[in-house]
Design a protein. Sequence first.
Length: 150
Amino acid sequence: MRHPLRWGRLLGGGNNMKIDFNEVANIEDLRAIPQGEYPCKVAEVRESQSPAGHTRWGIRWEVLSGDWQGRTACWDSIHWSERSLPRAKYVLQTLGIPVEGAAELDPETLVDCQALVTVAPEEREDPVTGVRRLLNRVPFAGYASLVSKK
């Protein structure tokens, strides 16, 4: 496929953008890496409120090795709601954080924790603008431990 952008000179100088919009996809691809499994670390955790009003932790996963080392694999989140606690427990356990009994956790506890992360593409449409975006996401059970069990 030809590249849709072409440069041309205007008489008297300046640049003119020539675009064949038939060759431009109607989707914004925001993926930094292809789908697959990657050894990753938690590079950042951002605390926010979900639209439903509960606390969530946004987790930025960074690839540890290979061709994509240093790139953001994806963002995922832990939701602190009754319905979401089983997945929160699963993710924390995979990261090696104790999940037996009562616990008090801080978002920074997760930073630098490691896991094998499965990354899959997901298409979303912005309900306001109608812009379609292709993002990476982690499936429900898309984590595995990188620490060997002894």
